[in-house]
Design a protein around this ligand. Structure first.
Ligand SMILES: Cc1cc2nc3c(=O)[nH]c(=O)nc-3n(C[C@H](O)[C@H](O)[C@H](O)COP(=O)(O)O)c2cc1C
Length: 183
């Protein structure tokens, strides 16, 4: 038997993209926020999309700078992910509060987070209003990942990533399976 799911919680059924720490910077301000609503969009050109609620400081900084970085935290960073998704960077320096190291990026002004396993540096090419979120389409200008965790274009078992189920609930990935279909 299947039970009804509240419409505003229906996204929890399909929300399985890995959690990211998004960084953005403009003039003297830089900030980091946790983000689960992300999606790859295109390979050539390499495009990704993120949904950021309008009131967030991150939304303001991306609107002003037209850049952002998607930092990929490993499962050991659950506490930092929770902290960066709890309060606004308008009230505090979240790099300090969460003990994150800001590292200069190659192509954008927004910083990389040194503790994360991988990074996608993006320039905004489109921006849509989607309900109560801004949807930013970013072109990936530079990407890097820890070689011990990401090889042959795939995360290994060691590359455990976090997936948000809503509220305080997360999944942790880390079991690599290769499928071989016989013709
Ligand atoms: C695991 C997790 C995932 C989140 N995903 C999103 C998201 O996809 N989009 C969004 O707008 N907010 C999301 N949030 C909420 C923001 O991270 C949170 O409101 C944050 O404090 C905003 O920070 P800022 O004002 O410094 O930008 C998420 C929070 C957590 C803990």
């Amino acid at each position: 038997m299947k039970k009804e799911v509240q419409l505003e919680k229906a996204h929890c059924l399909i929300n399985t993209g890995c959690v990211l720490l998004v960084t953005a910077a403009y003039r003297d301000s830089s900030n980091v926020m946790s983000l689960a609503w992300q999606t790859p969009l295109s390979g050539r050109p390499p495009l990704v999309g993120i949904a950021v609620a309008f009131p967030h400081f991150t939304c303001e900084l991306i609107d002003k700078s037209m850049e952002f970085v998607l930092n990929i935290p490993g499962s050991g960073m659950l506490e930092q992910v929770s902290r960066c998704g709890e309060k606004s960077g308008r009230e505090m320096d979240k790099f300090k509060v969460a003990g994150l190291t800001s590292v200069t990026a190659k192509k954008v002004r927004a910083p990389l987070i040194g503790e994360c396993l991988g990074h996608l540096e993006c320039g905004v090419v489109e921006r849509y209003k989607v309900g109560d979120h801004a949807f930013f389409v970013g072109e990936v200008l530079a990407a890097s990942a820890e070689e011990d965790f990401f090889s042959s274009n795939s995360w290994s078992d060691r590359g455990e990533l976090l997936h948000h189920l809503g509220g305080k609930d997360f999944y942790i990935t880390g079991k690599h399976k290769k499928v071989n279909l016989q013709a």
